[in-house]
Design a protein around this ligand. Structure first.
Ligand code: I3P
Length: 446
């Protein structure tokens, strides 16, 4: 939940804003979603305090016949995540797919008006940049006025390709450019989360030594041989990137259906291929990025934005893939920011008759409306902005307040809790939402 906490600063009262973000990365190895992903999403914890879920998958089945079906409908992983998250009020804000690399961004429905400038990017790095089996997909947006970029990568496999992985990461950063003035490159964002199957391996040690270290919980011994950790000492592109301690065993490679490390003829060495890192925009001169240390759980910008990592863990119970999922929960602490919705919708607490099926809305002066904007009626628990029961065009009139009326055809067949959302055609996002209200349809028909 967003919490507003008052504290005194320079003699004026300010409000601090916390946003809780849950990030998951999983190379699903072409598998179908398991029956129950509740534990992975952490919903059994049931505190309902998470504001955004960011899910980065790799190796989602992209066989050609499967892909055609996915284009027409949605893929099974997106469906499974939406199915589990929508009853808790999470809406799919945006998604981006490049062959098997999939990025899903969910947020609580009442945050939607404050997630602006949503854009996505894809970069192929497979086969010299021609094939999307490897590469990166990202989603950027401003969250309550602070720019954030989520980058999900699948970098090249195999022990000997550590340098190639770094090169591909750099080329993804170079190629991904967004429109607008605020933050055009990935690293221009206030906060960047970089995650995925980064595919870095454990150097030098032989397989038995790695397995013994894992069995005896001597993971620190392996940290210093981890290629990504080693690269942090020499690669300038990694300056400012932070990662929590790897207290969970390597998440690659397992015999599918088991918790047993690879026994196949390939004899892959266990490795922390699946990682979640973050970076705050450098506000200090080059080389003195704030908190550029290698490990830590709290980091901050001089402007007041702060990132705190609460968990960094694997989920050993999932066995459908040769990788285990990895997840992390962060709180983002923002300095105070005045933020009003672009559109405010006013509606009665209850619609008891057809005459009640109306609302009034007011657009902020700086909001560029389009004649293709509309107001949708959504059942609480809806999945994405196209999941409306009915909609009416939000007419453009020369007035401060505008009234729209729903006809019988746009109303639901059954009673329940609903909300109204204003869809902006220019931004392709929902820019105004109401609180839930009741529609009693029995009353409407008689
Ligand atoms: O997704 P792609 O482009 O097919 O790339 C494959 C993928 O990275 C697999 O994880 C890897 O198997 P391992 O994890 O077992 O190494 C395989 O290596 P391989 O060709 O040596 O089997 C790669 O070719």
């Amino acid at each position: 939940m967003l919490q507003f906490v008052c504290w005194e600063h320079s003699s004026i009262f300010c409000v601090r804003l916390y946003d809780r973000v849950h990030i998951i990365t999983w190379n699903v190895g072409g598998a179908m979603p398991p029956d129950d992903i509740t534990a992975l999403l952490g919903l059994h914890v049931g505190d309902g305090n998470t504001d955004m879920y960011i899910i980065g998958l790799q190796e989602v089945n992209s066989m050609i016949n499967k892909r055609l079906k996915d284009v027409l409908f949605t893929d099974q992983w997106s469906d499974a995540c939406m199915e589990r998250l929508s009853p808790f009020g999470y809406i799919l804000v945006t998604s981006q797919r490049m062959q098997g690399v999939l990025l899903l961004v969910f947020a609580k429905y009442y945050h939607l008006p404050f997630l602006r400038g949503v854009q996505t990017e894809t970069t192929r790095t497979g086969l010299g940049g021609y094939w999307g089996n490897k590469g990166g997909v990202s989603a950027r947006m401003s969250v309550f006025g602070h720019t954030i970029c989520f980058l999900n990568c699948h970098l090249p496999a195999h022990m000997e390709n550590s340098e190639q992985r770094m090169e591909d990461f750099e080329s993804i950063l170079q190629q991904q450019q967004f429109e607008g003035q605020a933050a055009t490159g990935v690293l221009d964002h206030d906060v960047v989360f970089w995650f995925g199957d980064l595919n870095f391996r454990i150097d030098d040690l032989e397989i038995p030594a790695v397995k013994t270290a894992i069995d005896n919980n001597k993971l620190t011994m392996l940290w210093e041989k981890d290629q990504l950790n080693m690269a942090k000492d020499s690669e300038t592109v990694l300056v400012g990137f932070l990662e929590g301690p790897l207290k969970f065993p390597p998440t690659y490679k397992f015999d599918v259906g088991t918790d047993t490390y690879d026994t196949s003829g390939k004899k892959r060495k266990p490795a922390w291929t699946d990682r979640i890192l973050w970076r705050l925009r450098a506000t200090a001169p080059f080389g003195q990025a704030p908190n550029a240390g290698k490990r830590g759980s709290v980091s901050g910008l001089s402007s007041g934005t702060k990132v705190t990592q609460h968990f960094y863990r694997s989920h050993m119970e999932y066995t459908v893939s040769d990788h285990k999922p990895v997840s992390s929960i962060f709180t983002l602490q923002f300095p105070y920011k005045v933020d009003m919705p672009l559109v405010t919708i006013m509606v009665e607490d209850e619609w008891n008759s057809i005459a009640d099926a109306t609302c009034t809305f007011k657009a902020a002066p700086n909001f560029a409306r389009s004649s293709w904007d509309w107001i949708g009626l959504y059942k609480v628990g809806f999945k994405h902005h196209k999941d409306y029961v009915g909609y009416v065009w939000a007419k453009q009139e020369e007035a401060d307040y505008h009234r729209v009326t729903f006809t019988e055809e746009e109303l639901p067949k059954g009673s329940g809790d609903f909300i109204l959302c204003y869809y902006s055609n220019n931004t392709s996002t929902l820019v105004g939402v109401t609180e839930p209200f009741q529609v009693l349809t029995m009353m409407l028909w008689f």
